[in-house]
Design a protein around this ligand. Structure first.
Ligand code: HOZ
Length: 426
């Protein structure tokens, strides 16, 4: 049960916003109940308007790798804001953030800042279509790449959570330009290229799936995608909105040693403010306006305050040992959750890459959307509420990733594991 003030605010919110929220998964439909309203966040903790505090594993769905209100980020934001909050004109911070990204991800030779991951993916695919002069896009079932029309086909995240097949309001001919096949299935990719010979402009993939819960790529999957796209004259687009600067400094592309043609970024590169980016091969990015014929623009693109938050975040992450620490904490949480489940004989498998992980309530490992759906989402919902009551805030859906930050401590994680065992026993 949420506290009385949260309940009251949610009632008011219901009249104002569809479902009471500004992004579906926040409404708790997948787990039942109503959400606490957050009053503040600091480090690993959020506090709601009823004064209850929670160890947070949502982390604003990934951006807050340093934790809430990190002093360096807050100072950078304040400093930038004092100098003007938006210019709609070039400024130096854009260059600094671009340098930090390009030096970490060499496949990105040139890039364009936008304001969200959705903008990044839809823009990247527009460029890919122009470059290849083809129309179709290949994606994976349960892969979520933002809410642009053509990508809401067999999509994950809130769509998977709500059990919706896709979205209404999308003209069928647009959706028909998107082909979706099972994740981790190279044979299905090959077959799709065969079926749509010469028609597929790009293959877009989350190199570690994060929007149907955390699903790592099987060995050789990403390299296989690279080989197939090259052979078939399509571009390989990595959606690293979640994994970029999360699974390692160079994202999943460095971790798995596969360089895509284009990369989409968001979340961490904005340090908790709205930023996205797409970039990659110089010859492809040369098509973007005003250099080329592919139009894409944005008043708040490269916003100085958002750039400052991103710079501060990426600079903190370059400090020695940041990713080793995230690995240590992520591993501690994952193994602790499995131990807790083992102690009470609940079938639970935790899938993890670095500091992103998902405990799936099922006996077998999860490799794609079909196997993710076999997990016991009702059991997850009970687990979620058991944790929430005990001061832990995991994602309100079985099909999302948990994010560990540098602000979490071993002691906190151990306390969360103890709370998890109690919640599973109850
Ligand atoms: N699409 C996000 C989860 N993968 C949720 C965004 C939000 O509700 O803030």
């Amino acid at each position: 049960m949420t506290g009385p003030r949260s309940a009251e605010l949610f009632e008011q919110a219901r009249a104002l916003f569809p479902g009471g929220v500004n992004s579906p998964v926040r409404a708790f439909r997948a787990v039942g109940g109503t959400p606490p309203f957050i009053a503040s966040g600091s480090g690993s903790t959020v506090v709601d308007v009823d004064g209850r505090s929670y160890v947070d594993f949502v982390g604003s769905w990934g951006p807050l790798i340093l934790g809430h209100a990190h002093p360096a980020v807050v100072e950078a934001i304040a400093d930038a804001a004092r100098g003007g909050t938006s210019f709609g004109a070039p400024h130096e911070r854009e260059l600094r953030l671009a340098d930090l990204i390009i030096s970490a991800m060499p496949s990105i030779q040139r890039l364009r800042f936008v304001s969200s991951g959705t903008e990044a993916t839809m823009s990247a695919l527009r460029v890919a279509r122009a470059f290849t002069r083809r129309n179709k896009v290949l994606k994976f079932d349960g892969g979520y790449h933002g809410h642009s029309d053509g990508l809401l086909v067999a999509a994950g995240s809130g769509l998977l959570t709500a059990g919706l097949p896709a979205s209404e309001g999308i003209p069928p001919p647009w959706a028909a330009e998107t082909i979706s096949v099972p994740y981790n299935d190279l044979g299905a990719v090959e077959a799709a290229f065969q079926r749509h010979r010469g028609e597929i402009a790009a293959l877009i993939v989350e190199p570690v799936a994060g929007n149907m819960g955390t699903i790592p790529p099987e060995p050789a999957f990403l390299a296989g995608l690279q080989e197939l796209t090259r052979r078939r004259g399509a571009l390989l687009v990595f959606d690293e909105v979640i994994t970029g600067f999360r699974v390692g400094p160079g994202g999943a592309q460095k971790l798995y040693g596969v360089a895509p043609d284009l990369t989409c970024l968001g979340k961490i590169i904005g340090g908790g403010l709205p930023v996205g980016a797409y970039g990659g091969r110089a010859d492809v990015m040369a098509l973007v306006a005003p250099e080329g014929p592919v139009y894409q623009a944005g008043t708040l693109s490269g916003n100085p305050v958002a750039m400052a938050a991103g710079i501060a975040t990426l600079e903190e992450l370059t400090k020695l040992g940041a990713y080793d620490r995230l690995e240590t904490l992520g591993a501690r949480l994952a193994s602790g959750l499995m131990r807790a489940a083992g102690a009470v004989q609940v079938p639970l498998g935790v899938q993890r890459v670095g500091s992103m992980l998902t405990p799936f309530f099922c006996e077998t490992s999860v490799t794609d959307e079909a196997s993710a759906k076999r997990s016991d989402a009702d059991r997850y919902a009970r687990f979620f509420h058991g944790l929430l009551r005990r001061g832990v805030y995991p994602p309100p859906s079985q099909f999302e990733a948990w994010f560990v930050s540098l602000a979490h401590t071993e002691a906190e994680i151990d306390a969360v594991i103890a709370a998890a065992e109690e919640a599973l026993r109850a």
